[in-house]
Write a protein that binds this ligand. Sequence first.
Ligand code: 5RP
Ligand code: FE2
Length: 220
Amino acid sequence: MAIIAPSLLAANFATLAEEVRDIEQGGADWLHLDVMDGKFVPNITFGPLVVEALRPRTSLFMDVHLMIEKPEAYVDAFVDAGADGVTVHVEACAHLHRTIQTIKARGVKAGVALNPATPAEWVRPVLADIDLVLVMTVNPGFGGQAFIPSTLKKIAALREWIREDGLDGRVAIQVDGGIAQGTARLVTEAGASVLVAGSSVFGVRDRAKAMAELRADAAL
Ligand SMILES: O=C(CO)[C@H](O)[C@H](O)COP(=O)(O)O
Ligand SMILES: [Fe+2]
C-alpha cells in the first residue's frame, strides 16, 4: 500500500495543529514539512520552531524536506525539534555522503532529493546509504504546480537500480509535486511508494476522502 504524506505547505497556517489533527484522523501515514530558505528555492517557509511546536501534537512520522543551501548545518536543529526523517537536495550538498552520515548518526531516516532536471545517476553512488530517494515531480519552491511527466522515466530507472542492488524494501522512492488522482497511478506504476500531496489533500474540505482516493488510485 502506498504511504500518503500530506504536505503542510497547503494547510491553513493560522490553525496548523488542527490541520495536522485532521489529516492524522483522516488516515495520513506521514506529515511532510517543506523547509525553504529563499536561496536554494525562491520561497521562504518555516524552520525548526514549527517542527518543534507540532511534535507534541502528532504521532505521525515527521518527514522534513530541506530545500535550503548548506543543509548539513541544520540537521541537528531539525532532529532536536522532532524530525523522524531528514531529506536533503543532492544539488545543495558539496559532500553528500558526509551529510547522509550526519543524518544517520542522529538515528533518523535519511533522504536525498533530486530536482526535475537532475539526472537519477547523481544519487546512485549513495543509494545503499539512504532510506529514501525523493524525486521532485515539480520544480521545488511552491505548491499547486503541474506534474512534470518526464520524471516518470527517472522513477523507473531508480526502481530498477534498487532492485539490481538488492535494496528492495530498504530504499523507498518518494514523489513530491502535482500528485493527485491520475498522477498517483502513473508514479506508482513507475515504482514510487511514498506520495507527497499538498493541494490535493490539504486543499480540499474532506481530507480523509482525498487520501482514500489517492490510495485507491495508486497501483500498490
Ligand atoms: O516540496 C514541495 C514544493 O517544493 C511540496 O511538498 C509540493 O509542492 C507539494 O505541493 P503540491 O502537492 O500542491 O504540488
Ligand atoms: Fe516537499
